[in-house]
Structure formats: C-alpha cells, structure tokens
Write a protein that binds this ligand. Structure first.
Ligand code: PLP
Length: 304
C-alpha cells in the first residue's frame, strides 16, 4: 500500500489528499488524454530544514511541453510554483515522489482535445527503491514501443502507458522483473518506465531520441555526468543482440534511478559493473547535493 502525502493540489487549491477525487465521467479517464510528470525529492541529508528536488525545472518544462501536445497552455513556471508550495505544505520526512498530472477534466464523452476543459493536479507518495538496486531480470517484450507518427512520444502521455502496462505484466507474469521494448524498426527503445544504457568496451551507448524513447531526464543527466567523467557516450540505434553481449546494461529513470540489469531473457550479464557503479555513485552524490559541480540541478526548498 502506498503512503500518500497528506496534501494534494487539486482544482486550483491545496486540499487533503482524501478529498481530491474525480468523477467517473471524467473525459481523460476514458480516453487517456492526460500527461504526467514524476520527480523525486529527499530531505536534505545536510540540512533538516530543507527538501531537495532533483531537476525541478526540467520536469516542469517537460510537463508543460506534454500539456501543449494536449492543447493545454500551462507554463512551466506555474507548475514549478505549485510544486514548491506543495512540498512546503507536506514537509515530507522521507524520500518521496511527486506526481503532477494534466488532463481533460470535463465530464462527458467524445475523444478530442479542443473545446474540453483541462486541469492540473499534484499529489505525492513516499517512495524508496522502485526496482531492486541489486539488479533486475528483463524480458524482451512482445509489445513494441509506439511510434511518434501515431502518438506524440516527446510527451509523457497517459494513454501511452497501456503499452508499458502490457509489457510490464507480460514480463512479471513470465518470471522476469522488467520489460525491454523494441521499437517498430526492431531496435532497442526503452523499458516500461526507464531508458536503457549499455556499456561496451568502456563506452556508454544508448538509443537516441530518434528511437522512439521518452526524453528521460535521468538519461540526460547520466549522459552529462558520463561526459564529465570522460566516459565516451554514443547515442545510436542499439540491436537486441548487443544487449546479450554487452559488458553492462542498466536502466535509468526517476523512480528506478540507475538499476543494473543482471539477466536479459536467458543471458546472464557479467557481475562486475564498473561503469554502472561509477555513474550510480556519482548520480547519488549529485541528487543529495554533495557535488558542487552539479548544484544547479538540485532545488533546495526551505520547509522549516
Ligand atoms: C516510458 C518512460 N521512459 C523513460 C522514463 C525515464 O524518464 P525520467 O528519467 O525523466 O524519469 C520514464 C519515467 O518517467 C518513462 O515513463
């Protein structure tokens, strides 16, 4: 059972989480016409009166872009100020996850994005490890990642998550932890809610934006960190068979952080993962604001 944070933002105001409820006739519930974000916060390990939010600005920008794809003008700075106030009111004591969502909030039928009321809400929940930090087993999904010509993949659109859900359940029900989806070109795209990286001969390789991936903010952060650590980074199409012969494979996402992959289908990955571990250590230091070089990515919110 999730532990939800007590205060939500709903219909333009802050209210008790239990009172933030929608009607069964809500348009978005029927058509998947929503878009969401997901960001993590932690109590500042160095300063108990502060909460640290990782890359708040980027998450707000991405949600604002997703909203535009739904014909909804919602400026990133509006989302950002609501999230800051949301954190101040909740004052979480443990690691948590913020879920902002924009959606067609009108009541009634007919799929469309014009002439339909939209709204924006925010709630949060306590969240530790989403996937085992020890490593996960992955199935190659029989479901393919959608294409941008049928669904705007640059947004984090609610309706797209039917594919993630099908893939995740298929993987778990067949004995794996997670799914890796190919795109319709037959190349590696991403996992159910994470981007995919492989390491070959010390080089970090990941599918580019032209491989139908979500523009992951953790992915972007890892690429920057890796380059700063003088690890060569290559964004290019990745074949399924490369997953099997890679030296290391890991998944990245806000919820999953950096999660090593220990098995893909019947292939067991090497147990030594020097690049994954180096990046994971660095990312943890950055998120906890222990690395001055990346302070601009960490938003301290005063809650005392
Ligand atoms: C489908 C999908 N891909 C990738 C990611 C990773 O993105 P981020 O690092 O911004 O959390 C997510 C999670 O948001 C996701 O849902």
């Amino acid at each position: 059972m999730h532990q939800f944070l007590p205060v939500a933002y709903f219909k333009g105001q802050f209210t008790a989480f239990e009172d933030a409820n929608i009607s069964i006739a809500t348009h978005a519930l029927h058509y998947g016409t929503g878009a969401f974000g997901g960001l993590r916060g932690i109590p500042d390990p160095q300063n108990p009166s502060q909460i640290l939010l990782f890359r708040l600005d980027r998450h707000c920008q991405r949600l604002s872009s997703s909203a535009r794809l739904l014909n909804f003008g919602l400026p990133a700075d509006k989302i950002q100020s609501v999230i800051i106030e949301f954190v101040r009111r909740n004052r979480p004591q443990v690691s948590f996850y913020i879920r902002p969502l924009v959606y067609t909030s009108d009541l009634g039928i007919s799929p469309r994005l014009h002439n339909v009321e939209k709204d924006f809400f925010v709630y949060g929940l306590e969240l530790g490890d989403y996937l085992s930090p020890e490593g996960v087993s992955c199935r190659i999904s029989s479901w393919y990642r959608q294409e941008d010509r049928s669904l705007p993949l640059r947004g984090k659109i609610s309706g797209a998550y039917i594919t993630s859900s099908l893939a995740k359940t298929e993987a778990v029900e067949s004995g794996f932890d997670e799914a890796i989806l190919m795109n319709t070109q037959g190349k590696v795209s991403e996992a159910s809610g994470m981007n995919v990286f492989i390491v070959r001969a010390g080089k970090l390789i990941t599918p580019g934006y032209d491989q139908d991936i979500l523009e992951g903010i953790t992915r972007e952060s890892i690429i920057t960190i890796a380059k700063d650590l003088e690890i060569e980074v290559i964004e290019r199409p990745v074949d399924k068979s490369e997953l099997f012969i890679a030296d290391e494979v890991f998944l990245s996402g806000t919820a999953a952080k950096i999660t090593p992959v220990r098995q893909i289908e019947t292939h067991h990955m090497p147990q030594s993962r020097p690049v994954t571990e180096k990046l994971r250590e660095k990312l943890s230091a950055v998120v906890e604001n222990r690395d001055p070089a990346y302070q601009k990515w960490v938003f301290p919110i005063e809650v005392a």
